[in-house]
Design a protein around this ligand. Structure first.
Ligand code: CS2
Ligand code: MG
Length: 408
């Protein structure tokens, strides 16, 4: 069996999805997602100029050898661009493998460990009343877990995942459009004074059952993060995410020393080498890698297996920049993983997205159910893809009130 062609498509509804299609001499093809948010053209070029010329002629069934060929062959290993490109190839090869076997991928991983995978939605508000309305909106839809983000009174600009004007705390998606980044102004003290009480009010309003998650989004110093994790302990959060910048892993030790609030980290990690110490030293409770940024199914399975040895559960990243292809790959991993925790899930099921990526996976009552379709169980409509062009975008940058550059 030989790979005869591979095509890269960049574009999609509201997102520059980078979709890879690997075609074989037996007419079977596989799909992969290499969408690196706001840097999408880079994995696309990496695929077109460096990887696909080598891929042609290879036997798609040797996914492990092909992963090692590109990872070791790069010499300059790892990094988000390379791992997103390798990850897309790997997803596509697993898709082909499942189609060849006539089985959905979770069956090749070891079968079902659960019927539906728990999802969490994104509730947000420019202020607390709007956040309460947004949480109620997702609870009504059957979600059992909701992430809560809220505008901070007195903050000069809207902050991470918060609408910059009142009125749309439902189905809110951050607008990254434009090559020049928006500038957010931020202050840790204002946030620290507001957020613990805000989270406590959400808990009081929605009761003990609802799983509440909050993303600090890398903003705090280790001492502040330890103080926040301690202050929100009575709220009983499902997790506190990215409390400190992810590079400094020792910062999490201070948080552990001062609180039992569950910690989730990992969406910016690209390989097992970014998180093995964190997992082995049990400094986190949830690992948030994604198959797109961390080298595909082959590599993420290694991270999941390591995590399962240390009581660390999965909480795969699922921001809107992950296309239905990688979300399908993660859904199969979530169906199999013995240490599955939760999956981040955003409004993927828009009519435009479904037209571009037809699939019979379904989301119901806050749970994701994979279909029995062989492979990933998601397809790609090349005709539909012609409707979409690449549109440059950029993450906002964050400055403190005195102008100091800070973390988005
Ligand atoms: C966020 C992301 O979903 C999350 O947990 O941290 O939305 C993140 O801001 C984006 O993926 C950045 O591209
Ligand atoms: Mg996050």
């Amino acid at each position: 069996m030989k790979i005869t062609d591979a095509k890269v498509f960049v574009g999609g509804p509201g997102k520059n999805y980078v979709t890879l299609k690997i075609i074989t001499d037996q007419g079977i093809y596989g799909l992969g997602d290499a969408t690196l948010n706001n840097r999408e053209t880079l994995p696309a070029v990496y695929l077109r100029d460096y990887l696909i010329p080598n891929l042609i002629g290879m036997d798609p069934r040797n996914s492990e050898d092909i992963w090692q060929f590109f990872y070791r062959g790069a010499y300059f290993r790892r990094g988000p661009i390379a791992m997103a490109a390798f990850g897309a190839i790997d997803m596509a090869l697993w898709d082909i493998k499942g189609k060849l076997a006539g089985l959905p991928l979770y069956q090749l991983f070891g079968g079902k460990s659960r019927d539906g995978a728990l999802l969490y939605a994104h509730a947000t508000g420019a202020d607390l009343p709007e956040l309460m309305d947004s949480v109620a909106y997702y609870v009504e839809q059957g979600y059992k877990a909701v992430r809560v983000q809220c505008g901070i009174p007195g903050m000069p600009t809207a902050s991470y995942a918060v609408p910059d004007q009142k009125g749309d705390g439902r189905d809110f998606v951050t607008d990254f459009s434009g090559i020049r980044p928006k500038v957010e102004v931020w202050d840790n003290d204002r946030y620290m004074r507001f957020m613990p009480d805000a989270l406590a009010e959400v808990r009081d309003r929605f009761g003990a059952e609802l799983k509440l998650l909050h993303d600090v989004h890398h903003r705090l110093l280790p001492r502040e993060a330890a103080a926040l994790a301690k202050a929100v302990e009575p709220v009983g959060l499902y997790w506190l995410e990215d409390p400190t910048p992810a590079e400094d892993q020792d910062a999490l030790r201070l948080i552990r020393q001062h609180s039992t609030t569950p910690i989730a980290i990992g969406e910016v990690f690209n390989s097992i080498w970014d998180c093995n110490r964190l997992i082995e030293q049990e400094l986190i409770d949830f690992i948030r890698v994604s198959v797109t940024y961390a080298g595909g199914i082959t590599h993420v399975r290694r991270i999941v297996d390591l995590a399962s040895l240390h009581h660390v559960r999965t909480g795969f990243h699922g921001a809107p920049s992950h296309s239905p292809v990688s979300m399908a790959a993660q859904a199969h991993l979530n169906t199999w993983a013995p240490n599955f925790g939760i999956q981040e899930y955003l409004v993927l099921g828009t009519p435009e997205c479904d037209a571009l990526f037809p699939s019979d996976h379904r989301q119901e009552q806050g749970l994701f159910h994979v279909s029995y379709t062989p492979g990933l169980g998601v397809d790609f409509d090349e005709k539909e893809a012609e409707r979409y062009d690449y549109a440059p975008g950029s993450h906002p940058v964050v400055r403190l009130e005195d102008g100091t550059m800070w973390n988005y």
